[in-house]
Design a protein around this ligand. Sequence first.
Ligand SMILES: Nc1ncnc2c1ncn2[C@@H]1O[C@H](COP(=O)(O)OP(=O)(O)OP(=O)(O)O)[C@@H](O)[C@H]1O
Ligand SMILES: [Mg+2]
Length: 272
Amino acid sequence: MPGSDPDMTAEASLPATLELECRDVHVRLTGAAGQVDILRGVDLQIGRGEFVSILGASGTGKTTLLRVLGGLTPVSGGDYHLGGRPVSGPPEGAVTVFQDYANSLLPWRTVAHNVALGIESRLPAAEVRERVDGALEMVGLGESAGEYPSRLSGGMQQRVQIARALAMRPSVLLMDEPFGALDAMTKAGLQDQLQAVQAATGTTIVFVTHDVEEAVYLSDRIVVLSGRPACVGLTLDVPLARPRDQIGTKEDAGYLDLRHRTYAALGHGVPR
Ligand SMILES: Nc1ncnc2c1ncn2[C@@H]1O[C@H](COP(=O)(O)OP(=O)(O)OP(=O)(O)O)[C@@H](O)[C@H]1O
Ligand SMILES: [Mg+2]
């Protein structure tokens, strides 16, 4: 809804059907200087089908939080539930996409065989083929199934990684700065593809980014991590109409207001 009421954005609403829930989550890691508290008192509730972005200064703990959500880092205190169940270890149905796509594709495997990696050992061959084809279509790489990763651009390689995650039909997709290394045009294209994929699949997406515009453009909600140890400093609802588009949405008064608030929450002054 263009021109959405800015007052709507000050407080975030609670999701209808809870998918992920962190209650008073505490993470303590052991570094060279001993034990360090990275996260403390993180409360976060994410509903099924929501798109939530996580922002925060470098080193705040965004990747750490995403690793908790993906069951890769255990909580040191508090609890984390996915789909109502306590999580200990990588949960069924949650898949993480990392930024480093170049190192996550196997160079000796074709695109299709890379996409099949997460499902080939547990599904019949015909279903693997069907899922791989479907996932490649979703990210616009249907024509590149037989190519090898080295012959693809960076943006295409990242789409292969996303297709691999989609082929696993996750209920939750966890993405750590997935478009961080891409040029602005490629990034905008992938944002729109991800938006379309989410509309088609209803996947819950938690998306870590440093890009404020990207967070506002894609999200239903923005969560800003702050402090040391970090907790949720601010949550903003993003009640902008969907589907969003790169020109119209970014000229919307509601979009500009949210962009302003998000920059301010990150400690940057933005002149009005
Ligand atoms: N395995 C570890 N052991 C000890 N400390 C760690 C470990 N991993 C990360 N840290 C520390 O935890 C803090 C948060 O790291 P994290 O990678 O979560 O930050 P981030 O918000 O993702 O940063 P960036 O935006 O730069 O990716 C940092 O101070 C980092 O040094
Ligand atoms: Mg990180």
